[in-house]
Design a protein around this ligand. Sequence first.
Ligand code: PEP
Ligand code: MG
Length: 835
Amino acid sequence: MSPTVADAFVANELIRLAATPVSKEAAIREACQLLIAAGCVEPGYEASMISREAVANTFLGHGVSIPHGLGEDRGLVRRDGLAVLQIPGGIEWNPGQTAKLVVAIAARSDSHITILRRLTRLIQDDARLERLFVATDAGELVEALTQDEATVAATAPAVDLPEHFTWAVEYPVGLHARPAAVWVEAARGSGVRIQVRHGGEIADARNLVALLQLGLRAGDSVTISADGEQAATALARFRSVITGLTAQEKADAAKAAERAEVPVNGWVPSGAPRAIVGIGASPGIAIGVVHLLTAAQDDIPDVPVQLSEGGNLLHEALIVTRQQMVALVDDTTRRLGAADAAIFKAQGELLNDSDLITLTCQLMVEGHGVAWSWNQAVERMASRLTALGNPVLAARAADLRDVGRRVLSRLHPVLKTGSLTDVPDHPCIIVANDLSPSDTAGLDKDRVIGLATALGGPTSHTAILARTLGLPAIVAGGAGLLDVANGTPAIIDGQTGRLYLSPSEADLVSAKSWIAERARRRATEEAERGLPARTSDGHVVAIGANVNRPDQVPLALREGGEGVGLMRTEFLFLERDTPPSEDEQFETYRGMIDALDGRPLIVRALDIGGDKQVAHLHLPHEENPFLGVRGARLLLRRPDLLDPQLRALYRAAAGGGDLSIMFPMVTSVGEVSALRAACERIRSELGAPCVPLGIMIEVPAAAIQADSLAAHVDFFSIGTNDLTQYTLAIDRQNPDLAAEADSLHPAVLRLIRQTVEGAARHKRWVGVCGGIAGDPFGAALLAGLGVNELSMTPRDIPAVKARLRGCELSALRALAERALAVETAQQVRALDSLS
Ligand code: PEP
Ligand code: MG
């Protein structure tokens, strides 16, 4: 093999075999003497190398150390070179770390990186390294350090291990991260070495990145082989694991295809652009470019730290992130199911990738800061995956960046994950794995024109906030959403839950005219939003707004709200470290009453539990929080929460206004009696006036027993978000089932009818404050079912009012009868065009 320029680094005279230095320092001096003798460095370099040891750890791992001079002493390097001291007996480099190959580096520029890359490759080949530790021919070491990767690939034919079988990939979307993570787990647990060969490419089945780099697509033929004593049994078990995944992979692909085929009721592009199908979470169409939420690489400051300190920081960040990933897997499994959790398992696996960690270490060894090095390593590996032009690998690049950001935020806490600070100043659609409600709330509406998340459900608070902000949003778009390249032009349709990518000119024109048409319609609706929701035959439905803070009341009134039908008070408890005091609560309730200036206000008592968890309340962990101590159950167990809230409310009522109190997630008459008793005790203590007391109907038991409950309360407000969840047994946060969690399901409508009938027996009124109240068709149906009040996100009010004003009550009643009689939610929705 003829030496290349880089190969001139290492030569036989720079190798010393079977060395026996008495100490680490002696080893460094001996290696440096070789560099000096070969004319690579000035004598002073020796001292520089020793000094570096005092400030940095140059042990790379696997018995290899890489001493080199301080950066400021580069002037002592005459020419680049590598000297290798082979110490078969080993020398303690650091406590617990033994070096058998001391690779002394003299490098003036970034040729360092080349050397380190080669060492990294060697470090991963344990068998070869073991041979090099005891080799008796210096040529072997020279060869190992001079072959570049291309040569290795060309000279090392891809050979199968003794036990093997051939398999054609049956997964419709190829070997992507989720199944690959299962392969890795199976290979690691097998106790033998398993490798996968595709053509001339081989991957160790224990290495996720290597497996993914094979870029296997459906139909590709692979040879899977193993060696070791139990190879045959282990391979059979491995085979059954990988073939066992096929059914789930096919089902997932079929489901994705099915979702894409559901007919769209709304704007339809003519050019059939590629569409990501999620769940519509906030209606509206907008045109912009995709902005993937990733921390900008350039923003990571390069602040060098001592290598040992950097190593410790990295180690801790990786441990904490791995723990986070385990918790995330547990949490996601519980909330969304194992299939969705698998993506985080695969992401967690990426943290164990030795290439990634070594690359980071190499960069740190070169003197870069730990956060910068980590980010570089992630970016380089991710770009390598993206560069292969395979969509499966591009998705893994996104995973790598995603999990990389988690580690980064530990290394450099100011760099928050999913930062929204780098949003460009032109209209963009934020694409993210998920957004916290505070992220959503803090969005700059001048730049952000839509939101699309891979996770989340349509009744999640993020979705509710997006509706409040009037931003089109889709949720549950799936992991495929994160493969979309930054800057891709797109049209988001929050009604149908679609993100259309790279639309044609014709589609852009058609979307623009649709947007303009909607704007005209909205303008008409807005012009009449101040009028009551009176049907053409004179029936009036009261319209409330769902708002939580006094400063939101003016907007709610402007939109046509006639009062507040739902004030969720848990917002007073979230995002802070201690519960709000009675006085603080009083101020807020009084502020609401004053802002409403005589209009009705319904305050819902604290509804904690389920998806709303508050750390400072120290609630016990529950396996199924939605079925646990939530809402009224919690209030009755925690007088420390209930009493101050009721005191604050009655004190606010004493100052005048139209206040009602409502209790969440009530299941029984016993709870109502206990809550009423608490109210009465506090009211009489304060000498406050009586106020109407109502309950939310959110549980089938309450709807079915509405006639009994109505005897004990002044009103009902139906929480259709939860009523749907509990009736259909669909976790409201499960994106996989979100499309089926339709509040217009006939089963839910029948419970609403039962609630209305139960209330009527005692002449009580019934409202609906769940999301469906803000859907014009849903509102029409609810009015037809006999609901007296609808309370919704303020922005939904004008369209709901317009819809009700355009109907006759008799037609709405007939519509409701038809809806009660059909079998599915789709059939109910199909009645929309007939109404
Ligand atoms: C509901 O469940 O419909 C409701 C209005 O309450 P929340 O969404 O706060 O649970
Ligand atoms: Mg609820």
